[in-house]
Write a protein that binds this ligand. Sequence first.
Ligand code: ZN
Length: 312
Amino acid sequence: MIALGVDIGGTSIKGAAIKDDGTLLDYFSLPMDKYASPEMSFFEMCEAINNFLKDKDYKDEIVGIGLGVPGILDKEKGIIKYSPNMPLWDGFNIVDFVQKRTHLPVKILNDASSAALGEARFGTGKNFHNIIMITLGTGVGGGIIIEDELFDGNEGAGAQIGHSIVELNGRQCSCGRKGCLEAYASATALNKETNEQAKKHPESLLNKYPGIGCKEVFDAARKGDPTSIKVVDEYIKYLSEGILNFCNIFRPEVILLSGGVANEGQYLVDRVTEYIKVRDYGYKHSPEVLIKIGALGYDAGKYGAASLFFKK
Ligand SMILES: [Zn+2]
């Protein structure tokens, strides 16, 4: 059985043909103009899908198209209810539109939930049953798997774990509240803080790099630069406090980290593990929570979307 899994983002649409045994067969992608009408954007996406499938020998084995869509969706009706970065999409019936033009069954899922489902079924999470996935990218997204089932919230709105508060009256968040995890733990937030601190501390090693961002601040911290150590310590603290909230509520077996900042790999895992292990509620007497990096990286959402058509 083969399905297409498509990850729809603000700057590009990326998809893949994926087999139900987890084999990824081929990729396709196209640029995305978030200011274009949904009819225009998704017409181009359907054309790209039809072209992609045209000469594939497995074309007739495709059982459907799963779409990971940013925003709040009505999965039953196939409608994008609200997509904060793509306001023109609100109310658009994406399922009808794509089914009509590709002649294949279409299912939708929130993009963050889709990535969590992909990691849970085909990635680092496949041997675990209770999983929280946290994506540290432009924002902080994520998904919750409880006893092998995606917890997708009322009406499939998705779990907005990035918008839980880690600092009352803290930094302004894009959602309108202050002190959200996203305002501290996203790659965007870390990038901004790094650049501000580099400006304030001209002597910092950070200013020796050709460009200053997340990668550089972790690198400079490992080399002992005091400004970078401070930025990274603060970052680890807020991210870990957010994670502790999820540990205490959900008691997951594993927390999966994904997105740009997760490229820091084992260093990030070790730092967060060290922080949470002494602060997790009833720590000595509680089951251990593992911190791991998602194995599928940017393909997680494609796997999750395709898996909407696979049997468990
Ligand atoms: Zn927020």
